[in-house]
Design a binder for this molecule. Structure first.
Ligand code: NAD
Ligand code: GLY
Length: 362
């Protein structure tokens, strides 16, 4: 069986992202990255019912335990994280153990953070099962949980030893989740790759119809772009911040609306529309390009405006807590043109206010 492999190049911490069909039926892809005998699969009941057996069968040579987390963004918190530590300690897992994240970005981010901190750091592998997780969250080592006052505020950089993106798992994904994942795919076109953006415009219908060839290409190209960025800027000292296009606005939407009310990708889509609006007000992006971007998000079925109840004051309060804020100065990812985004604190704040006024009733 053929599959593609993209490499995250981080010296002796480099690792492969395998992308393709029937990968869960190829145990060696996982087992070659497991150093000890003890393996903890972290998942939720839904994913465990769908794919738990395939994973535990693949690990038949190991001592395998499974811990199931509550399902949903509202449980991506310290309380649920503690369930992983309870399970590890109860089973007597030592520093040679390996954690495996089987699920979407919520399970992946929490498993990674548990692996970063359990006994000061153990190995983990990612088996992402949503499109969003296959193109973004499983790759690059950002791990963590939310706080009531801010999204992803508690966490660590901790790289997995391997990512196994079995595209067959996407067959059981809800349409809304597929569309939310496409928001992050489209992001790569916006920030870095105008040709990929044009390809997405041409192939969106195939992606929405879950055409396996189109999906495989979209996942591979997204991972290639992310691999390149992460390999050059692992801990976000510069270029990696571009991957947060739409996220500063989007995280404000998620935390202000209550985690789980909006899907992460939906919030990113609305946030991207807001970032594009501001980029036009600054005379960087042309309005024709903004319209092109908004149209692609809308064709995907994603929101391009924030929740009606949100005020400009809500946005400002949440955005100032963003991890990119330094000394009270907001940094935003804005667009010069499709395929070229920048991170900057140097923008006209009147234009920022105008964008908030345009999208919020008060
Ligand atoms: P998610 O993990 O909540 O999964 C979405 C839903 O789909 C859940 O109900 C899950 O149980 C279900 N599901 C997952 N796989 C399935 C499958 N194959 N079949 C049927 N149902 C399935 O959401 P998500 O969109 O995958 O991830 C969002 C999270 O990722 C957010 O918390 C976001 O902050 C985080 N994220 C992290 C990074 C990073 O770099 N670490 C990047 C982007 C997003
Ligand atoms: N999802 C943003 C990043 O990985 O940096």
């Amino acid at each position: 069986m053929t599959h593609s492999t993209v490499t995250i190049d981080l010296g002796n911490r480099s690792y492969p992202i395998h992308i393709g069909q029937k990968l869960l039926q190829q145990p060696a892809l996982l087992t070659e990255h497991i150093r000890g005998n003890q393996v903890m699969v972290v998942t939720n009941d839904r994913l465990n019912a769908l794919y738990g057996e395939s994973v535990t069968t693949a690990l038949s040579e190991h001592t395998v335990s499974v811990v199931s987390l509550p399902d949903g963004e509202q449980y991506k918190n310290l309380e649920a994280l503690n369930l992983i530590f309870d399970a590890l300690l109860s089973a007597g897992f030592d520093r040679g153990c390996t954690l495996i994240a089987l699920g979407g970005g919520v399970v992946g981010d929490m498993t990674g953070f548990a692996a970063a901190s359990y006994q000061r750091g153990v190995d983990f592998l990612q088996i992402p099962t949503t499109l969003l997780a296959q193109v973004d969250s499983s790759v690059g080592g950002k791990t963590g949980v939310n706080h009531a006052l801010g999204k992803n505020m508690i966490g660590a950089f901790h790289q997995p030893r391997c990512v196994l993106a079995d595209t067959d798992t996407l067959n059981s994904l809800d349409d809304a989740e597929l569309k939310a994942g496409l928001a992050e795919v489209i992001k790569y076109g916006f920030i870095i790759d105008a040709d990929f953006f044009a390809w997405l415009e041409q192939n969106l219908d195939a992606l929405l119809a879950r055409d396996s060839t189109a999906l495989a290409y979209a996942i591979q190209r997204s991972c290639e772009i992310k691999a390149d960025v992460v390999s050059n800027d692992e801990t976000e000292q510069g270029q990696r911040a571009l991957l947060n296009l739409g996220h500063t606005f989007g995280h404000a939407i998620e935390s202000s609306s209550g985690y789980g009310a909006w899907l992460h990708g939906e919030a990113v889509a609305a946030g991207t529309a807001m970032a594009m609006d501001l980029s036009v007000r600054l005379n960087w992006l042309t309005d024709d390009e903004r319209v092109r971007g908004v149209q692609l998000l809308q064709r995907t079925g994603l929101p391009v405006t924030p929740p009606e109840a949100m005020t400009s004051a809500d946005f400002k309060a949440h955005m100032l807590r963003d991890k990119k804020t330094r000394d009270g100065q907001l940094h935003l990812i804005l667009m010069k043109r499709i395929g070229h985004a920048i991170v900057t604190a140097d923008f006209d704040h009147d234009a920022f206010e105008q964008t908030l006024m345009h999208f919020c009733k008060h």
